[in-house]
Write a protein that binds this ligand. Structure first.
Ligand SMILES: [Zn+2]
Length: 409
């Protein structure tokens, strides 16, 4: 599979890969580093260069500033705004009036159930299936409907196509979840158009995860994030769509992955809103809500790479999303979880630092075999791709072992 890999041989090796900031800093308040990506994969580009977490001059990340801002928001006024929004879209003819995308994890269970039970909406929940369901993920997904009392459309992408795309995204971008993220993002607008539903309600604004503070001032997702132009060409897994035929992927296979056009979104009257704008968003509270109302169960065991048991449970290969982030950006699953929990006031920074040192970057060995089988990669191909994506400003080899050069303290 040499042809799949990018040529990394140059006369002077670059000091920094992936377009990351050369100087590593950690937020003084939470534990997040400035290497963290803040944007979704860009379909119009070949490489996976991305914007990174926004930090203030004072060394505090924007997500921490946003957490401060949340404490000053008049949440009662925000709920009144929500009521006015829902009144605009609520239907009296029995049709669906809101689409809620999600996996049936704690967050989408919370959003959909609250919309139905507290606000009298008629939600249609839509799910882009995980690569391979875990047992606990499938039970939680089923309980969402059986206990929560909701309607759901489950979309499962052709695993032969999705497996090849995942493999390309891993080898070319070290971002095996890129096809999943693209598909998941484009599914809800496609379904809303087909069912004539105008309102889509997401859970949290990505500002919770280090987008710029200015993006939190609106409840709406910008159409730039979910529309394209008719006939526009895209890159999948770092390969231009016209070149995907070499990998057995043809135009009809791309249908689920393509965004709707701006004209379609406008004529369908689509609006995508974030629930986190209207309700104070605390993942731990969503978890308690989902347990009580939607039969949600935590993982019986700790997820590899972190200390938590209730987030991101449904996909056997989830661990590789976080592990590749750890390799590329030097920050993994435990750091993400701990930073969020500091901001929500659940743990102290000292506790978080200890958790990051203990769990961040733990290899997800439990489902390694599943990951290799799903993508068709060999172990050698896997480790070669891992090692060629270690940026020299983050990693060095000492006594034959890879060492992370900057640790939060
Ligand atoms: Zn921070």
């Amino acid at each position: 599979m040499e042809s799949l890999t990018r040529d990394t041989e140059t006369s002077t090796p670059p000091k920094v890969l992936h377009g990351l900031p050369e100087t590593v800093i950690f937020c003084k308040r939470c534990v997040m580093s400035n290497q963290r990506p803040s944007t979704s994969p860009e379909l119009r580009k070949r490489d996976s260069r991305i914007e990174t977490a926004a930090f203030g001059e004072d060394g505090i990340c924007h997500a921490c500033r946003f957490a401060e801002l949340k404490a000053t928001i008049d949440w009662q006024a925000r709920e009144e705004q929500l009521l006015r929004l829902l009144d605009r879209y609520r239907r009296s003819d029995g049709g669906y009036d809101v689409v809620v995308p999600g996996s049936g994890g704690k967050d989408s269970a919370y959003v959909s159930h609250v919309l139905r039970e507290r606000y009298g909406m008629n939600p249609l929940t839509v799910t882009w299936a995980p690569h391979i369901y875990t047992d606990i993920g499938w039970r939680n997904f089923q309980a969402w409907m059986h206990v929560g009392g909701l309607n759901n459309l489950l979309f499962t992408p052709n695993p032969r196509i999705h497996g090849v795309m995942t493999r390309l995204a891993f080898l070319n971008l070290l971002n095996p979840f890129q096809p999943f993220i693209i598909g998941q993002k484009n599914l809800a607008p496609q379904i809303a158009l087909k069912y004539g539903v105008k309102l889509i309600m997401y859970g949290e604004n990505q500002a919770e995860y280090h987008n710029k503070l200015s993006e939190t001032q609106s409840p709406l997702m910008s159409p730039d994030h979910y529309t394209g132009q008719p006939g526009q060409k895209y890159y999948f897994g770092g390969v231009h769509q016209d070149e995907l035929g070499a990998y057995g992927i043809h135009r009809p296979d791309l249908e689920p992955y393509l965004p709707i056009s701006l004209a379609e979104a406008e004529s369908g009257g689509l609006e995508l809103h974030y629930m986190s704008y209207y309700h104070r968003w605390v993942p731990q509270e969503n978890y308690y809500y989902a347990v009580e109302h939607c039969g949600f169960e935590p993982n019986p065991e700790r997820s590899e790479g972190t200390y938590s048991k209730y987030a991101s449970l449904d996909d056997r290969i989830d661990g590789f999303h976080y592990y590749t982030m750890f390799i590329k950006f030097g920050q993994g699953r435990a750091m993400n979880d701990a930073a969020h929990e500091i901001r929500d006031g659940h743990i102290t920074r000292e506790e978080a630092v200890a958790l990051v040192h203990k769990y961040d970057g733990e290899f997800p060995k439990k489902y390694f075999g599943d990951f290799l089988e799903y993508t068709g990669l060999t172990e050698d191909e896997f480790w070669q791709a891992i090692d060629r994506n270690r940026s020299p400003h983050l990693w060095a080899k000492r006594d034959g072992e890879w060492v992370l050069l900057h640790q939060v303290s």
